[in-house]
Write a protein that binds this ligand. Structure first.
Ligand code: ARG
Length: 575
């Protein structure tokens, strides 16, 4: 149980005996107050009254508000010092020293697991997360960047809660365009360039040959023939394609590493071929296939208000959806899962509804398949030109940070400035992406994202490094047994209150898979930390005071670190 819940429950226990509300209901009515003057928790009286079995008339309600003298009915205990009524709300005051003690001792006990240790571990549950999933030879666009970031968060929060998580990068690595790419490579390819920078080089080749194919039918035919050879398993055709794929994966991996993102499996559209026939057989035996006028095969989903979905072209070839259906069959066999999550832009929402519906119909199951969507990033560009490559974005962010660090008054004395600048830049990109609700579009802004004073990733990293600095300078060893009544200043109690909210924040972020819940909480926590560190000195104060304050700051930092961990950000200790 969390510290906060323990205190709330002691209120609920007494109140449930005096109202018609259950303790559980009462817990949902409780709000944290803005100022602790009246108390720490409030409950609106009309809430209590309207939840009575027979609703009371308005005038009775008023009378009831005035009559109620909750203060004398409430017996103070070790958790709650006082209950009172003001206007139409009840206020409850915590025994602050006891509250601070419970919060800080819990952080101390849980350490790296503070925030989720109270949630029952999901034992033996496998979750697949399909994220990032770029298309080889095409630019890694903003949508892939968001999928990478939000997918990594989704993976981490599931891992924290004890799920067995398999992160899958489902590459766009199959289809006619690879025939075209191969034809293009014969004409314009350069092995040395391919090796040194496969992503850019393949893109250049692809753009050239694509333009040419539009003018020259012969190229198109060659591409088709080449792809046919690939589909038939021609070793030479496949060897070339595999080299493109392997080198691309290698350079993606370097970028993912900078972003602190990991995949358990690099799969992709090319890997599902053996399961396409199986998907076809299941669709057919479930009587889902209908021949369209032009000879394609489709599944009618009108009954579900989802239109129709073509699953085989007239020439017998498969489509994006066919491959995804096959990949579900493959995943069911290879990694039996309880839940599968696809982190892909909201523009594919309709597509995923169709995919999930067909998959359930064809397997006669009701699998837990979820699409986690997100809005667009607008205005993302680099100085280098029109097509946006992820690496350029990351490098530009880093340049900005280096500039900033050079201008900064507290000139950094760091020997590893380069590493720190890169980490700061990644934090800036990640936080900008996760600070609003997923479904929202946002405007990409270099300046807003790297501002150390605004609500940015740079700000959070500074807050963390500063907290580490307090610890280093104090030379105090963290000790969970201290005199908690020392921590009575407004700033101290508010910081403890903020720390105490973290477990609820994690629960809510998990339920909605909204990383912004955590990001916005971390901003508040960091502001509370800096308010406290501005007034509460550690170094050079009375040893008992220093010890208690140090535990408070240490707990705040541990909470910040745990939050950053869920977001996929490595906290910086020195800046
Ligand atoms: N490669 C696709 C794209 O760029 C995203 C793939 C998402 N995952 C999936 N299983 N469909 O749009």
């Amino acid at each position: 149980m969390t510290a906060l819940l323990r205190f709330k429950q002691s209120i609920a226990k007494q109140l449930s005996k005096q109202t018609e509300c259950s303790a559980h209901e009462l817990l949902t009515f409780m709000r944290a107050t803005k100022s602790r003057k009246d108390g720490h928790i409030s409950i609106s009286l009309p809430k209590l009254n309207t939840s009575l079995a027979t609703p009371v008339a308005a005038e009775q309600l008023d009378a009831c508000r005035q009559d109620t003298n909750w203060e004398c009915q409430f017996v103070p205990d070790e958790y709650i010092q006082q209950a009172s009524q003001k206007g139409s709300s009840l206020y409850f005051k915590f025994d602050e020293a006891n509250f601070v003690k419970h919060v800080l001792q819990q952080v101390y006990q849980d350490k790296e697991a503070y925030g989720w240790s109270h949630i029952a571990k999901a034992k033996d549950k496998t979750v697949l997360i399909d994220y990032s999933s770029p298309n080889i030879a095409k630019p890694f666009h903003a949508g892939h960047l968001r999928s990478t970031i939000i997918g990594s968060f989704t993976k981490r929060i599931h891992e924290a809660l004890g799920y067995h998580v398999i992160g899958i990068n489902y590459l766009g690595d199959w289809g006619k365009q690879y025939g075209l790419l191969a034809v293009g490579f014969e004409k314009y390819g350069d092995q040395a360039k391919l090796r040194s920078d496969p992503i850019h080089h393949l893109y250049q080749v692809y753009v050239k040959i694509n333009a040419e194919a539009k003018l020259d039918n012969e190229i198109d035919k060659q591409a088709n023939d080449y792809f046919k050879k690939m589909e038939q398993g021609d070793p030479d055709a496949l060897k070339q394609w595999k080299q493109f794929r392997d080198l691309s994966i290698q350079s993606y991996a370097a970028i993912y590493k900078r972003l602190n993102v990991h995949f358990d499996v690099y799969s992709g559209e090319s890997q599902v071929n053996p399961y396409i026939a199986q998907a076809h057989a299941l669709l057919s035996s479930s009587r889902l296939l209908e021949r369209t006028e032009d000879g394609a095969l489709a599944v009618d989903l009108e009954k579900y208000n989802l239109g129709t979905a073509v699953v085989q072209r007239a020439d017998g070839t498969s489509l994006y959806i066919t491959r995804d259906l096959a990949s579900i069959l493959m995943r069911r066999e290879k990694y039996p899962f309880q839940k599968a999550i696809y982190v892909v832009g909201s523009e594919q929402a309709g597509y995923f509804k169709q995919l999930f519906q067909i998959s359930n119909l064809m397997t006669h199951t009701n699998q837990d398949l979820q699409h986690v969507g997100f809005g667009r990033i607008k205005g993302m560009s680099t100085r280098k030109g029109t097509a946006v490559f992820l690496q350029d974005i990351l490098d530009t962010a880093k340049d900005k940070i280096v500039q900033y660090m050079k201008q900064s008054e507290e000139k950094s004395q760091l020997s590893d400035m380069d590493t720190v600048a890169d980490q700061l830049a990644m934090s800036a990109i990640l936080i900008q992406d996760m600070k609003s609700k997923r479904s929202k579009d946002y405007e990409f802004s270099w300046d807003r994202m790297t501002d150390a004073r605004g609500d940015t990733g740079v700000f959070l990293q500074y807050a963390h490094a500063r907290a580490c600095g307090i610890e280093r300078k104090s030379g105090i060893t963290i000790d969970p047994h201290c005199d908690f009544s020392i921590l009575k200043e407004k700033e101290a109690v508010q910081l403890a209150q903020s720390i105490a909210q973290f477990p609820d924040i994690v629960e809510s972020a998990f339920a909605t898979l909204e990383p912004c819940t955590i990001v916005n909480y971390l901003f508040k926590l960091s502001h509370a930390t800096s308010a406290a560190s501005a007034t509460l000195r550690v170094k050079g104060t009375d040893p008992d005071v220093a010890k208690a304050r140090m535990l408070l700051f240490w707990s705040a930092r541990a909470t910040l670190r745990n939050g950053l961990h869920l977001l996929g950000i490595k906290p910086i200790e020195h800046m």
